[in-house]
Structures are given as C-alpha cells and as structure tokens.
Design a protein around this ligand. Structure first.
Ligand SMILES: C[S@@+](CC[C@H](N)C(=O)[O-])C[C@H]1O[C@@H](n2cnc3c(N)ncnc32)[C@H](O)[C@@H]1O
Length: 259
C-alpha cells in the first residue's frame, strides 16, 4: 500500500513515521508513506498558498492552484489510482469501519488543510472523500491524517507482530474490548480476576466475552444498535453489573482502579 500526504507541515510527520508500528511497517515494506510540501507547488513567487476569503471574515483560505497542482503532481508519481481524502471537520466521522475500508485500498492521498480550510472549488474539482476526526476543530489536518494512517496501518497484514491482536480490539464486532491485566497479580490491594489465572481457556474466553458485552452496554450502547435496550432487558443484564456467574466485579477495571 502507498500513502501520500500533502501538507504545509511535513516535519510534523517525521517522528510519527519512523516510530512504533507505523515505522516498523514502513521498514518491512508493508506500507510506503510519502509527505509532500504543499508550498512547493505554488506558482506564486513567494510560495503563497492562501488568501483572504471573498466576502470578508477572519483568517485565510487555501487557494485552488497550489492544491490542485500538488494533487496532480503527486498522483503522477505512481500508476496506481489514489483514493483522495481531505481531512476536514465537515466530513464523515472517521471510525474503525472506515479504517478497515481504507486499509484495503492500494493507494491513498491525504490532503491536510490549514488556516480557515479549503476554497470550496478544490472539493468540487477533486471530489475527494471528506473525513473528520470528530466534532472539534483542529488547527490543521495533520493530527487527523496521522490518526487515519495509524488506525489503518495496524490493520495491514503483518503490521502487528500478533495477527490476532486486532481481532479482539475495541470496535471489532461492534464491541469494546474486555479489561486487560498484567503482572503483578496484586497491586495496591487490587487483584487480577481469578479466572484469568485459572489456565481454563474456555472460562477465560467466556469471561472476556461477558466483560466485553457488559462494558459495551454500559459505556457505548450506541454500538449495539437501536434495539440494545430491549436485548438488555430480555437477557437480564443490568446497568449495575454483569449477570455472568462468577464475574469478579460489576465495576469495570478503570472504575476499580480509580484512586
Ligand atoms: C481551523 S480548521 C478549518 C475549520 C473550518 N474553518 C471550519 O469551520 O469548518 C483547519 C484545517 O484543520 C483540519 N481539521 C480541523 N478539524 C478537523 C477535524 N475535526 N477532522 C479533520 N480535520 C480537521 C482541516 O484540514 C481544516 O482544513
């Protein structure tokens, strides 16, 4: 897979692209990621890329020429057609489902805005997919582009050491992940649930499933769909705790550990 990023701040990406899972995936040749300085494509003698908005108002707007020329030039660097993505607070909310879909693409082109955003004609001409990280306004598309890249790279085959790692993570199968524990067995008077130390894999799997369900119902019932409340009553689950026999605690790990 190849990912190109058009940005006014390529330097922001450098540590991100060389560290951790993304860095290792690049080194292993699983993903190729290139950043491109938008200013390099400006035809203005001073490399200007923005101008004041028609109609007045605060801030500056990214101009058509540098962005359109940058997209054309960057796209011509590889014969694979790129799925164009503009990062914008006005786009579709990015989530795990979108990450999975993007991870299946051969090539992506991420376009980061800045200032007051893009001249609307850029969007009309490029017809990109518009993605938002959430209902808040960032100063630029760079953190959003990094979040998109990180979320999809970890889904690429071979990017994580343990392939199973993504299968049980939050949002896979519309559930939050179960609570996790590691050594020591006791910390600050809090014990690891006995079932996790039992060596009984079937019991561990059942406990995790139950915890995952309970946690999702309590924290994110929206993931379970509009009928979640009905199912909750039928199955006997309550917002106070798990109905699973032998559950260590009705409180979530985070609640237990709050001090
Ligand atoms: C200050 S914002 C522009 C906001 C724009 N004036 C508006 O109100 O919709 C500058 C740039 O940051 C990026 N950005 C800001 N918030 C974002 C979000 N929630 N998701 C993705 N990108 C975002 C976009 O690339 C945007 O063009």
């Amino acid at each position: 897979m190849r990912i190109d990023v058009i940005t006014l701040f390529p330097e922001i990406f450098q540590p991100f692209l060389t560290a951790s899972i993304v860095g290792r995936a690049r080194q292993a040749g699983i993903v190729e990621i290139h950043t491109h300085q938008l200013r390099d494509y400006s035809q203005d003698p001073h490399k200007k890329v923005d101008d004041r908005p028609f109609g007045g108002g605060p801030g500056m707007v990214l101009m058509c020429q540098p962005v359109i020329d940058a997209v054309r030039a960057v796209e011509s660097l590889d014969p694979r057609p790129a799925l164009r993505i503009v990062l914008t607070p006005q786009g579709r909310r990015f989530d795990q489902e979108v990450a999975r879909r993007l991870a299946g693409q051969p090539r992506l082109l991420l376009i980061c805005g800045h200032y007051e955003g893009f001249d609307e004609r850029i969007l009309a001409l490029l017809q990109p997919e518009e993605l938002s990280l959430g209902d808040f306004v960032l100063s630029g598309g760079e953190p959003a582009a990094m979040a998109v890249i990180d979320a999809l790279v970890r889904l690429l085959p071979g990017a994580l050491g343990n392939e199973a790692a993504t299968e049980e993570e939050s949002f896979e199968g519309a559930r939050l992940e179960y609570p996790q524990y590691t050594r020591p067995r006791e910390f600050a008077g809090l014990s690891v649930p006995d079932v996790l130390l039992s060596g009984n894999h079937a019991a561990i799997a059942a406990w995790r499933r139950a915890q995952s369900e309970e946690r999702t119902r309590r924290r994110r019932p929206d993931l379970l769909g509009p009928h979640a409340a009905v199912v909750l009553n039928v199955s006997g689950w309550s917002s106070a705790g798990s109905s699973w026999a032998g559950s260590v605690s009705s409180a979530s790990a985070r609640e237990q550990f709050s001090v």
